[in-house]
Design a protein around this ligand. Structure first.
Ligand code: UDP
Length: 391
């Protein structure tokens, strides 16, 4: 089977990191089209995956919250891209779209006999998409997608609630390898803490791109009243959220937080940094479709706190494998941090149970096997002759 993956971004977001693992473990011939250049391309080339760059032009201005005018303006760019993509995907059995824009362009290029997979990694809710973008995506998938793979039941539910066909959906959870976490030694940890000047501090880490809905500001407010706690922010703005980063930096300079907020930027050594934390918090203010960082925190064996919404509820069992808090509520987050701080035995028990759950439920092999099975089943179905019932 020849699979052409399509992704709209060259940045390394969660969807792209997950796709790297999918491709790494795929038994099929894989190539990829990107609508933008960036570190994702380098990571794919390191895996010897042929990368085709098709610049999206003004299509890059169309965002999830976009309304009609911007969509119409991007029309010529869309059709230009669609023509170039159609040439590249000729001769492939499967076109596998890893993001919404990639799916829409792929839907317009689908050939007879070719499978079109949409790996939907976003909640199709008002928090993330304008009504028009939701309608366009769902109608296009009902008409053209062979199957829609979602990263959680919550994402699947959001798709169906928007009118997506239930029979098209298969849930395949993200899988994450414990190996990079297990490779971290105490010496590596101590020298990293030394390098960062954070030895002996009580560290609450939040990992992920800096973006208003990822809620890093909630952590800052939560620790403002906890003088012993330091916030470590790992990640950067990936999709133009620079003014949010500026507001975080300004807030961090206020007297009640001064010297206790550490911005590390985008890092490739997430496993080592996670091991250095006392607690890892997930602070999204609106429902997270999956939340790789939560599984990673569990694999790192750290006690986690996560926002009680969306796919998170399929990962964390409250008070068992993590603490769940009200999204967007600094008071609740602050209380959870205090609970772990005051009860190290409880924190240890929850962290150990979290690690076990992450290993058992979110393995890379389960993800890769799940996706392979979906593709094989889809292909078999497509090749089956249509049987007409004779009365
Ligand atoms: N990440 C990273 N470096 C950073 C911050 C985050 O490699 O500095 C990774 C993180 O380890 C996780 C991914 O980015 O694997 C974020 O995925 P998640 O599902 O949490 O959020 P998304 O970006 O998909 O919304």
């Amino acid at each position: 089977m020849r699979v052409m993956y399509v992704d709209q971004t060259g940045q390394l977001g969660g969807g792209e990191l997950s796709l790297l693992d999918v491709i790494k473990h795929s038994p099929f011939h894989s190539e990829i089209v990107l609508f933008d250049d960036g570190p994702f391309r380098t990571a794919l080339e390191d895996l010897n995956v042929p990368v085709h760059l098709l610049h999206g032009g003004s299509l890059s201005k169309v965002r999830s919250e976009t309304r009609l005018k911007a969509v119409l303006e991007a029309g010529p760019a869309f059709f230009g891209l669609q023509r170039r993509l159609a040439k590249l995907t000729a001769g492939f059995d499967v076109v596998y779209a890893n993001s919404q824009k990639a799916f829409l362009v792929s839907a317009a290029t689908r050939r007879k006999g070719q499978l079109l997979i949409w790996h939907l990694r976003d909640m199709l809710t008002a928090d993330h998409f304008s009504p028009m973008m939701r309608v366009i995506a769902v109608e296009a998938s009902n008409l053209t997608a062979s199957i829609v793979i979602t990263n959680s039941q919550a994402t699947a539910d959001s798709f169906v609630q928007c009118g997506g066909k239930l029979e098209k959906v298969v849930v395949v959870y993200n899988g994450i390898s414990p190996e990079p976490f297990d490779a971290v030694t105490e010496t590596m940890k101590q020298s990293m803490l030394q390098e960062l000047g954070l030895r002996g501090k009580y560290l609450v880490g939040v990992f992920g791109r800096l973006s208003p809905w990822k809620g890093q500001h909630i952590l800052l407010e939560a620790i403002a009243s906890l003088p012993y706690a330091h916030a470590v922010l790992v990640g950067d703005a990936l999709f133009g959220e620079d003014s949010y980063v500026e507001s975080l930096r300004q807030r961090a300079q206020a007297p009640d937080l001064e010297g206790r907020v550490h911005f590390l930027g985008f890092r490739k050594d997430v496993s080592l940094l996670m091991k250095c934390m006392n607690i890892i918090a997930h602070t999204s203010t609106s429902p997270e479709p999956f939340g790789r960082v939560i599984v990673e925190a569990m694999l790192a064996g750290r006690p986690t706190i996560a926002s009680r919404a969306g796919g998170v509820l399929e990962i964390v069992r409250g008070n068992e494998t993590g603490l769940l808090v009200l999204p967007g509520c600094p008071l609740d987050l602050s209380a959870a941090i205090q609970k772990y701080h005051a009860h190290p035995g409880l924190a240890r028990r929850i962290a150990d149970a979290g690690r076990e759950r992450a290993i058992n439920h979110f393995s890379v092999h389960a993800m890769a096997d799940g996706i392979e099975e979906v593709l094989r089943n889809c292909m078999a179905r497509e090749e089956m002759p249509i049987l007409v019932d004779s009365l």
